[in-house]
Design a protein around this ligand. Structure first.
Ligand code: ATP
Length: 515
């Protein structure tokens, strides 16, 4: 449902979750700013992660490393040599595509979909010829291979002709378009269907800047592309300052930067983003079991915070898909409106990182085991998630359109922990100073214990709708009667039940329910 993404983007802007960055200047491509509710949501998400992974465990230590590190770090990590995605640029429409994703992109492209639909419905090749004409492509009636880009289409058409009536595996055939009948490689552009160049270019994904005011003599440094390295290089500092025993971990939340070739899908893939990563050090022989534990723990974390189980899955990587250093890896994926995509990767990185840093720094980065009197390199299990991607998943998952008394009601059903606002205090009549005064007084008092807002900028129906759209858990309404009976109406976001509650009991009532 592509329009769901549009609704999320528009609600995010309308209600103050996420804005296009530097919008007054036309923005900066794929760069976003978190507004008043967005920053609350993001902080709640990060707090939930920190609480369950640092505060509620005995074996994990928090960290906050610098974004800019000694460039040797990136030699040791391999990022300077091989942190590159081969890509191609279409000469016709100037779009960029990642080489290893190109068949997926072609398969998902509009022109390919429409081609396949046509073919599936086509009884004979005449339909295809008509379709090709409607796309402005010259498809020869005899289906001989003619000039580009008709080659691509005629090649598929010929296959269709040959296998007419047979259930074709179109994806497989699409993958073979590259070598068409005349032996020349032709890859269609996923955007415009034109012909892409044969050779890809590698792109380094590291963003750079300079230390020192004079460019000529300045030192080139890199914005970290992951927070992980800040934890690996501090391994011995943690051993010396905290004396932990295996297994133990480090945890960090922070910004990372990648010069992505194909950023997009709102905050899903951007060049500046935030990660939440754990580096968990284990004995090599227990690494398989610990990897399994972490995959399950991280999957469960999303469910506990409110993600619907049906929209979340664990996908183990194939051997060919693994990064060169990884022994095994599983992705936790969410079903976004644009398809199943990675939220978090949980990898067994073996002893690659500590060995590399030991070799590049000349420092001893082994662990000394008291019991066996042996030194060795621990293995590392790494759960690495994206803050912004999670925010998008939680926004999508929380979005609901209900029909209430024949009217559409948009509500974000965030879990208690994530809801940016816990309670809104609303005066029923905004021109009655005693009601307004009491409502303001109540909201000030509630603010000491929870995130509470006061709003009197509309009629009550409108105020409720606004609070529903940001996922506020409770609305407290002060009315004329409140002045006499010292009670207010509390409305529950999800059940929409209303209850009269004694003002003197209000805070206890709410705190009880927010637990
Ligand atoms: P992808 O294949 O989607 O590019 P990745 O496998 O390169 O992701 P990792 O290097 O494993 O990603 O990074 C860990 C996590 O960081 C990802 O699961 C994702 O949540 C987040 N992340 C990585 N790149 C980006 C980005 N450009 N924008 C937003 N989040 C990102």
């Amino acid at each position: 449902d592509a329009s769901l993404m549009d609704k999320i983007v528009s609600l995010s802007k309308r209600r103050g979750f996420i804005f296009q960055s530097s919008e007054i200047y036309g923005g900066l491509a794929n760069t976003w700013d978190y507004g008043p509710f967005g920053v609350e949501l993001k902080n709640n998400l990060k707090r939930a992660w920190w609480t369950s992974n640092v505060h509620q465990r005995d074996d994990i230590y928090g960290m906050d490393a610098a974004i800019l590190m000694n460039p040797k770090t990136w030699e040791a990590s391999g990022h300077l040599q091989s942190f590159a995605d081969p890509f191609v640029k279409c000469p016709a429409c100037s779009n960029f595509f990642k080489f290893d994703k190109i068949w997926d992109e072609i398969w998902n492209s509009d022109w390919c979909r429409s081609l396949v639909e046509t073919m599936e419905g086509a009884k004979d090749t005449a339909v295809l010829i008509k379709w090709a004409k409607s796309k402005g492509k010259d498809l020869a009636p005899n289906l001989s291979l003619v000039k580009e880009p008709a080659v691509t289409i005629s090649w598929i058409a010929e296959l269709h002709h040959k296998f007419a009536g047979v259930n074709l595996d179109f994806k497989n055939f699409m993958g073979r378009i590259a070598a068409s009948a005349d032996g020349v490689s032709r890859i269609p552009c996923p955007s415009c269907g034109g012909i892409l160049p044969e050779n890809s270019m590698p792109a380094n994904l590291m963003l750079e800047t300079y230390f020192g005011p004079v460019r000529e003599t300045a030192q080139k440094v890199y914005f970290r592309p992951e927070t992980a390295q800040g934890m690996f290089v501090n391994f011995t500092n943690i051993l010396d300052s905290r004396h932990p025993k295996l297994p133990f971990g480090l945890a960090q939340i922070g910004k990372s930067f990648r010069n992505e070739i194909t950023p997009g899908n709102f905050i899903f893939r951007t060049r500046e983003f935030e990660q939440m990563e754990i580096e968990y050090f284990v004995r090599p022989e227990e690494s398989d079991a610990k990897l399994k534990e972490w995959i399950e723990a991280r999957y469960q974390w999303y469910i506990d915070l409110g993600i619907n189980k049906d929209n979340l899955r664990i996908r183990p990587h194939d051997k060919g898909e693994l990064a060169h250093y990884a022994k095994a890896c599983s992705d936790i994926e969410y079903e976004f409106p644009f398809g199943w995509s990675e939220l978090e990767g949980v990898a067994n990185r073996a002893d690659f990182d500590l060995k590399q840093h030991a070799s590049f720094s000349g420092k001893d980065m082994t662990y000394y085991d008291d019991a066996s009197k042996q030194r060795f390199y621990p293995y590392i299990i790494e759960p690495s998630g994206g803050v912004d991607r999670s925010i998008l998943a939680f926004l999508v998952d929380a979005y609901h359109e209900d029909i209430v008394r024949d009217e559409k009601r948009v509500v974000l059903r965030f879990s208690k922990a994530l809801a940016p606002v816990k309670v809104a205090v609303l005066p029923l009549l905004r021109n009655r100073p005693e009601i307004v005064g009491l409502a303001k007084e109540l909201s000030h008092d509630l603010k000491k214990d929870m995130v509470a807002v006061y709003d009197d900028t509309g009629a009550i129906g409108k105020l409720y709708r606004r609070q529903d759209e940001v996922g506020t858990l409770y609305c407290v309404t002060v009315d004329v009667q409140s002045l006499e009976d010292k009670k207010v109406t509390v409305r529950d976001r999800d059940t929409m039940q209303q209850e009269r509650v004694e003002i003197s009991q209000l805070k206890t009532y709410l705190l009880e329910r927010l637990k």
